[in-house]
Design a protein around this ligand. Structure first.
Ligand code: AOF
Ligand code: ZN
Length: 342
């Protein structure tokens, strides 16, 4: 019998495998799998390399061959029960003769769930919940999208110390520092949609791509999405060939997220202006806020966020700080605050 310490060690290894740098983000989760012999020694390991490639369990089983007979499979996600782009892993584990399956996170994907039941019905010993918190964190936006039926939304904005995003004459370059802008590109690279309103495209003409050098090379540029009814000049930079772009012909945040969800997108990076941000905040559709505060005062100018219909302090929208960091040094320093809804 394999003791709990050996199982936890194997699960940590499976989590590390799942997080292998360079695996493309979305639409599939990051998954890792370790196969242990009855004496607790490792037989094989595998991880998922992106949609259309073998699941983690299948990769580990292929490496193990006949040695999988009688093995314990340690997986970061409940083995799938469906035939999607590849076959059902629960069935593959049963056929390989695996006797015990220990997984961290139950599968929140309604299409794929039910693997634990299938395994149990075939006489496989099944345990779940080992390092579940870590596994959920690894796929936090995928998990969120599966559980809520819409993408997770991160609203990013840059502001002065007095909450201004542009000066009175409309000039906004450069509120945030070079270091903060580089940090923003890193965060953009973790999302699969960059969302702005038609007004931002018409006025600022941003390219909305991930550019600055990243620690890990980017696999795919995020989808560029522009929401709003107004027709846009096709010569705008957002329509260049650097990445895919869609216009969502709606002003309703719910409809926009629904459309993006149907396209298999799981993490929206909202970089629009104050009006778009206010619409998402009022609809309760901002899940995370990342703001870069520049050590700079304007005293007048455009607010970072538009009217939220709040007139009295008791109705203020409360947030909870999850992280505070200084980005850049000396005159280039900005404070990055990450928050979520309270
Ligand atoms: C993965 N990799 O290692 C595991 C997954 O349509 P498919 O075949 O790509 O299946 C995707 C679903 O399969 C995914 O949403 C998740 O619920 C389940 N398990 N998926 O991409 C894996 N084990
Ligand atoms: Zn699978």
């Amino acid at each position: 019998m394999i003791d709990n310490q050996a199982l936890e060690k194997a699960m940590r290894r499976a989590l590390a495998l799942a997080a292998t740098p360079g695996v493309p983000l979305g639409p599939n989760p990051r998954v890792g799998c370790v196969l242990l012999a009855p004496d607790g020694s490792e037989i094989a390991e595998g991880f998922h390399r992106g949609a259309g490639t073998p699941h983690a369990e299948a990769a580990a089983l292929a490496e193990a061959g006949d040695a999988a007979q009688g093995a314990t499979a340690v997986v970061t996600l409940e083995p799938c029960n469906h035939t999607g782009r590849t076959g059902p892993c629960a069935q593959a584990l049963i056929e390989a003769g695996v006797e015990r399956v220990v997984f961290a996170q139950p599968d929140p994907n309604p299409l794929a769930a039910g693997g634990a039941q299938t395994l149990k019905a075939a006489g496989v010993q099944v345990e779940m919940g080992l390092l579940e918190r870590e596994a959920r964190a690894l796929n936090r936006t995928w998990t969120f999208a599966m559980e809520h039926g819409r993408p997770f939304v991160t609203w990013k904005f840059a502001t002065t110390l007095d909450g201004r995003s542009a000066a009175a004459d409309g000039t906004s370059r450069w509120v945030s520092s070079v270091a903060a802008r580089r940090d923003t590109h890193r965060l953009r690279g973790e999302c699969d949609v960059m969302l702005v309103g038609t007004n931002t495209v018409a006025v600022d003409d941003p390219q909305l791509t991930v550019r600055d050098e990243l620690d890990v090379p980017l696999q795919h540029q995020p989808l560029r999405a522009v929401m709003g009814l107004r027709d846009l000049d096709p010569a705008k930079r957002v329509f260049d060939a650097a990445a895919e772009t869609v216009q969502l012909r709606t002003q309703d945040p719910v409809a926009a997220l629904d459309d993006l969800h149907r396209r298999g997108r799981q993490h929206v990076f909202l970089e629009g202006g104050p009006t778009l941000a206010a619409a998402f905040l009022e609809a309760g559709l901002v899940d995370e806020i990342v703001t870069y505060v520049a050590p700079m005062l304007l005293g007048a100018g455009k607010n970072a966020v538009g009217d939220l219909g709040i007139t009295t302090i008791a109705d203020a929208l409360h947030l909870q700080i999850t992280d505070v960091a200084t980005v850049g040094t000396g005159p280039d320093a900005n404070v990055r605050i990450t928050l979520r809804r309270a």
